[in-house]
Design a protein around this ligand. Structure first.
Ligand code: ADP
Ligand code: NI
Length: 217
């Protein structure tokens, strides 16, 4: 299949699949991740096809929406690519990236062995911080019925994926459990640079949030 057609059909498939999402995992999240991943791929010299396909398919069946099943995403992505007669090395590579892309808890090390995977993971993480990251965190919290903040429910740093998966705290806790940790976990030089301003914006937001909470401003 001509590559441009494959990319366009994949984008249309993902767009339809994620239509109506209100948890921050909608089509425009995928589109932003795809654009940033492609930008990182150019800067870092990664394979453009694997990077773009993995970015497009990375949230196609996220464990958060499939009863915690971590393999639902890689399975659905592989199935789609196999149906379109994509080279088996590309299918394997995209499947591996999607299996490894998710954040799994503050104390859980995650390895992303290939440059293409690191571009997709950095792009996904950039979308979790900055102004967009803040909007997504509260959209996710609202979608799952979480409180905005509860001073009696402090954040936890999870040291296993199982503990991270089963967490259910207020959305502000997610900043301490994940979002503020992402800057130091970026894996490409370009992504690390892009994360700096977005990280500072999270800190500014939290300072203002707590000042207002404490009626200091
Ligand atoms: P990952 O693959 O690392 O889980 P996703 O692309 O699936 O990343 O997006 C995860 C995003 O969903 C987070 O960055 C955040 O915006 C939101 N999110 C996930 N869990 C929570 C939570 N418990 N509270 C608030 N937001 C959350
Ligand atoms: Ni994502």
């Amino acid at each position: 299949m001509i590559l441009e057609k494959l990319i366009n059909e994949t984008a249309a498939f993902v767009r339809e699949k994620l239509a109506g999402d209100s948890s921050g995992h909608d089509w425009w999240h995928i589109d932003r991740v795809r654009r940033n991943a492609c930008r990182l791929a150019v800067a870092e010299g990664a394979d453009p096809l694997v990077t773009e396909l993995a970015a497009l398919l990375h949230d196609i069946a996220d464990w958060k929406f499939h009863g915690g099943d971590e393999m639902a995403g890689p399975r659905a992505a592989r199935q789609w690519l196999e149906q379109h007669a994509v080279d088996s090395r590309v299918v394997d590579h995209v499947g591996e990236i999607i299996a490894a892309v998710s954040f799994k808890g503050a104390g859980v090390k995650t390895d992303m062995p290939t440059l293409e995977g690191r571009c997709v993971q950095d792009a996904d993480r950039l979308d979790a911080i900055g102004a967009i990251g803040i909007a997504r965190a509260f959209a996710f919290g609202g979608h799952f019925g979480r409180a905005i903040y509860d001073p009696e429910h402090p954040p936890e740093l999870h040291d296993s994926f199982a503990a991270y998966k089963s967490k259910g705290g207020p959305s502000i806790n997610h900043f301490y459990e994940k979002l503020l940790l992402l800057k130091d976990r970026m894996q490409t030089a370009t992504g690390r640079k892009m994360a700096e301003e977005r990280h500072r914006f999270l800190e500014t937001f939290l300072a203002q949030f707590f000042a207002e909470w404490d009626a200091e401003r």
